[in-house]
Design a protein around this ligand. Structure first.
Ligand code: G2I
Length: 688
């Protein structure tokens, strides 16, 4: 979007049909992607992400040097749980002396690969150092427990999505009571509540879970005991957000009433997760039943398998996992993927091929899947999901330029508010698209972000700094930061990335506007892309370490005619590949907005056309089906639903979703007063 839009839909008819095939880039184009590879792009994590879920694995720090292991991990999983590295006997082996080395190894790996982390576990009677179990008085133990929770949760703050705060506190004996432990014996039943309260104070943004095994059968006394505790916690406001069902099953798989158990807990107002799944002999049907039980419960937010290959499992003699010892996909893998809604790949992705390919490419895990995206796209659109909510001081006409991340069980959307007087920003969150329309709109002009011209936001979490960034245009490229994305009042006042408009932009901008700033980082550098409404896409750069202290080396990353390369560029990393995707908004021969797309092997590389023409667009209204009515002919400035939320801007490689701005085709008049609304595209020609 731009400061003072002057190109209305009315201009459309007079625009010439523009040549769209070639995007002039400073360097030679790379080879076009091989469309056949798209069939093999389907993975557990990417598929789970389609429904807002994660699919994770327990990870051992000691195996991160194994290329086959990390090849599978980074291709298939978008969440990890350290198998042993965050347990008390590792993190505080002697009193007051903390060791985060092994846990950090896993967390750093996860952050670098866009995987969320489940922290496991803060308080557990097992893997507990002798100095704790031999404590004899309640006061000492209470302060030791609180200090442990606070120190560990603090260390991982911002990088751990959910904590197993207390693990396995209930007895197996059919009593439905707590098991004996040093915590239970000295502190009594209240130790669990105490642990949750302490964890909440230490890391208010993390989800706090109670985790246990043999609580999957609704009829068991242990399940009922945990259920009563969660109900009690919720009724008294004790902070608990989720229950982890470990799901260590025998060959028969889950109990027949597992889904009932999950729904009953979810009905208490907590998320439920399968946290340590493994099944003796891994029968395909047992995995299907397990995954289906989760998929059928809206608040079942993710599944973690307890290891990657059978040889990595704590039950390795029972071959309970999804990959065999050589890293080949087992039948159970295919049933899990299918139950997640995916289509397992056939011959070429099975067993030996995958394992040997992975082994061969262990140094560069994703080179073979460089063409995860197809070369043409079709979409289905929702109706308008988000409309302005004017209040007495905000006479908003349109809501535009959305940016969105899914984080902590919610979609967080920031957008421009447009009215005749100009632009500012709004924030809303919701857990489900069905609730997007009823979410509260928080106007950011009331916060330190401030009044005046602010538009076209982009949000991401900077994992190295553990800080959220909101990037937006103010005439300069500006940003605010916030430790808590869900707190609209937490944003800092705007700061600028540049001291002034870079010379190369000043020389090329003509009558355009400097708009739509977009930041994306790889492991070494951060890049800022921007447009000039005059056919140029610019790219500046800095290092990850220097970000956000200025961007330099501004170059023209791509150029074309003005309307062919207009504005609203998004750049993303495609999950599980070495590809980046660029999409840029163009103005069609009918004056309607649509998107063109390119790919590149590196952020600073040249961009090769993917679906880059008006007849083969990335997204254009005439390639979109509108089951609930064709409410717009423009597919304009928006943002992809990402697979993660950090600075790498990773998107799924399959079944893409794009939140965009659309417009009643009959609307006309002042550009700033047009009634833009937000709708959601879902890709319909995915192969997963
Ligand atoms: O027992 C299965 C799981 C039950 N729920 C809680 C989980 O935390 C637990 O995980 C397992 C790990 O998979 C094992 O890897 O917890 C075990 C300990 O209770 C872990 O085993 C330990 C061995 O006992 C140690 O001897 C060994 O040094 O693994 C360590 C690292 O390999």
């Amino acid at each position: 979007m731009k400061a003072l839009k002057r190109l209305g839909a009315r201009r459309a008819a007079v625009l010439p049909l523009l040549a769209v095939a070639a995007l002039v880039t400073p360097a030679a184009a790379t080879a076009a992607p091989d469309a056949h590879d798209a069939v093999r792009a389907s993975t557990l994590g990417a598929q789970a992400a389609q429904s807002g879920r994660y699919f994770g694995a327990a990870v051992a720090a000691g195996r991160l040097g194994d290329g086959v292991y990390t090849g599978i991990l980074d291709r298939e999983f978008n969440a990890v749980t350290p198998e042993n590295e965050m347990k008390w006997d590792t993190t505080e082996r002697s009193r007051g002396s903390f060791n985060f080395g092994p846990g950090d190894q896993i967390v750093n790996h996860a952050v670098a690969h866009g995987q969320r982390v489940r922290g496991h576990t803060l308080v557990w009677h097992s893997q507990l150092p002798g100095w704790v179990s031999s404590i004899q008085d309640a006061n000492t133990l209470r302060s030791v427990m609180n200090n442990h929770i606070t120190t560990v949760a603090n260390h991982y703050k911002g990088r751990v999505y959910a904590w197993d705060v207390v693990n396995e506190a209930f007895a197996d004996n059919g009593s439905g009571q707590h098991r004996p432990s040093v915590f239970q014996n000295l502190l009594g039943d209240g130790f669990i509540e105490q642990a949750f309260r302490t964890a909440r104070s230490a890391d208010p943004a993390a989800k706090l879970c109670y985790n246990d095994y043999s609580i999957e059968d609704w009829n068991s006394a242990k399940t009922q005991g945990v259920y009563r505790m969660v109900r009690d916690f919720k009724s008294r406001g004790v902070p608990i957000d989720c229950v982890g069902f470990q799901s260590h099953f025998g060959a028969g798989g889950p109990p027949g009433n597992f889904q009932t158990t999950l729904s009953n807990f979810a009905a208490l107002g907590v998320d439920v997760q399968l946290t340590e799944l493994d099944i003796a002999q891994a029968p395909a049907a047992a995995y299907t039943n397990t995954v289906r039980a989760c998929m059928n419960v809206a608040r079942c937010t993710g599944i973690t398998v307890w290891g990657i290959r059978d040889s990595d499992s704590w039950r390795s003699g029972e071959n309970p996992l999804l990959f065999d010892r050589n890293g080949n996909k087992k039948a159970a893998y295919r049933s899990a993927l299918t139950a997640l809604g995916g289509t397992p790949t056939t011959q070429r992705a099975t067993a030996t091929t995958t394992a040997t390919a992975t082994a061969r490419k262990s140094a560069a895990p994703a080179t073979r899947s460089a063409a995860a995206l197809p070369s043409s796209f079709s979409w289905s659109s929702s109706g308008p999901l988000i409309a302005p909510k004017p209040d007495s001081t905000h006479d908003i006409a349109g809501i535009k330029d959305p940016t969105v991340v899914y984080y902590n069980g919610k979609y967080h959307v920031f957008a421009s508010t447009a009215r005749a007087a100009g632009y500012n920003l709004v924030y809303l969150n919701f857990s489900d698209w069905s609730q997007a329309g009823s979410a509260t709109h928080h106007y950011l002009d009331r916060t330190a972000v401030g009044a005046g011209y602010r538009a076209a936001p982009q949000v991401f979490y900077n994992a190295p700094q553990r800080l959220w960034y909101l990037v937006y245009q103010t005439g300069n490229a500006s940003y605010s930061t916030n430790p808590d994305i869900s707190n609209p009042n937490g944003w800092s006042a705007p700061r600028n990335f540049y001291s002034s408009m870079p010379d190369i932009i000043r020389r090329n901008i003509g009558n355009g506007y400097w708009v739509d700033m977009w930041v994306i980082c790889d492991s070494a550098n951060c890049y800022l892309f921007s447009s000039d409404d005059n056919g140029h896409l610019y790219r500046s750069q800095t290092t990850v370490g220097q970000f956000p202290n200025g961007f330099t080396n501004t170059v023209i990353a791509a150029q074309d005619s003005k309307y062919n390369l207009f504005e609203a560029s998004n750049v993303y990393k495609v999950q599980g590949t070495n590809q980046y995707l660029l999409i840029v908004e163009a103005v069609g021969s009918d004056g309607r907005r649509y998107f063109r797309s390119w790919t590149s092997g590196s952020l600073a590389g040249s961009w090769s056309p993917l679906a880059a023409s008006e007849s083969n667009p990335f997204a254009r209204a005439n390639k979109v089906s509108f089951p609930s009515g064709a409410w717009t002919k423009d597919v304009s400035h928006g943002e992809m639903i990402r697979a993660g939320y950090d600075q790498t801007l990773t998107i799924p490689n399959c079944r893409l979703q794009y939140l965009y701005q659309g417009l009643n085709p009959n609307a006309s008049g002042d550009y700033n007063s047009l009634p833009w609304r937000l709708g959601l595209l879902t890709q319909t020609n995915s192969t997963c």
